[in-house]
Ligand binder design. Sequence first.
Ligand code: ADP
Length: 487
Amino acid sequence: MIRVLFATSEVYPLVKTGGLADVSASLPEALCRLEYDVQILLPGYPDAVKAARKAGSRRKARFQLGQYNVSLWQTRLPGTAVTLWLVDCPPLFDRPGDPYKNEEGKDWWDNAHRFELFGKVGAMIAMGEAGLTWRPDLVHCNDWQTGLIPVFLEAYQDRPGTVFTIHNLAYQGLFSHETFRALGLPDSLWSLEQLEFYGQLSFIKGGLVFSDRITTVSPTYAREIQSPEFGSGLDGLLRHRQHALSGILNGIDTRVWNPAEDPELAFHYGRDHLKNKAQCQANLQQELGLEVNGGPLLGFIGRLVDQKGVDWMLSVMPALLEQGCQFVILGSGEDRYEEPLKQLARTWPGQMSLTLGYNEGLSHRITAGCDLFLMPSRFEPCGLNQMYSLRYGTIPVVHGVGGLADTVQDPQDVGIDKANGFVFTGASAESLLATVNRALQVFDKRKQWRRLQENGMAIDYSWKQRARTYGDLYQGILKDRDQQQLD
Ligand code: ADP
């Protein structure tokens, strides 16, 4: 049985700021079902340590790392049989709220130190130096917070295999040269070919340069990030490593996201009994103080940041509201998007609802209750919300980039019999508006709309097949390493 240490800075339901948390829970679980021994490594955030203590979990190791006392707690990911290791180091991780930011929304001043220590502990476990009886054959790193693990492992001939997954290339873990020095990393790492990035220390480069393989979360994004437009300055490096790079589409947790059983919904439905979806819509409209009128109801859930195309959405909303569309928006983010959304909600009471903040239950009810779901992202590594929507018979309107292009098919491209949503390709508000209007025309043709819903609901979005692809990748890495050791 292949043993894998899955290092991540977020995992649902313990700590979540985005899609990384969902993937970090459901992929290891799917791999465990395929008989891989995948164990998760997570920083010991207070809620996670509290949950572990409550579950009667045990401290399995204790050691000193520089000035810090570190303990490793062994517990289980809630509701699963997956082993979870918590790196307990209170001065670095015992902080409330967001895992990366303080209460004012500013990055913690010592994030580099926090995730360097996390990386060191990951490397110690990988080399059997942390005092555990378990040692992995392979370390699966995720995003910049884990980027130093492959760097630390590079020093060892008999290290495990390494794979680094990019969930979002825009977040790179960049720090000053002084921070590089303060971390005490060897001077030899300060070069263009290693961790230096335009005069800064780049954690993500650790993963991209030193891992055996690199993956990202959709085939289209894997191609896009090799171009200057989507490469965030790292496209050259990614082209250089193109033979080690592949895209594997994310799956979703089809038990958490199932309209036939979702505990967040008062009414349930499925592909062959869609009638109750209208009840879910009426309930949502009532809950949010909107007029109960049969729609069209358009939804958006997500971080209110530049990536998500909120400015394009803001520019098309007045015209669509004028036309009688309703909007439900759930999210939080930058003031420059929150303020105009608040203004619109004040101007259009009964027709537009805005909920600022994070609300898991409401996100399920919006996904079920809307007719259309907007994802006008400028770039989107994979995107999960469009898959949740498709599974709930809610038709996505998306920008044709990254994982959105890989999961949504437009009637103009594949015909209504095969389509499941609407895709715009011009990167502009005009293009978004034209495509929403095209969708609204089909909304009025009930039979065609139903066809789109059924097509989307018929697709298998589960991890089963996708986890197998990761399994094949793991086996390929281990085979290559055996070969290298023979050579
Ligand atoms: P990203 O990781 O870029 O934020 P994804 O679409 O990959 O985007 O994943 C976002 C995840 O976070 C989804 O599960 C989405 O439903 C959830 N989410 C985002 N914002 C909110 C919110 N305000 N309330 C509830 N869930 C949210």
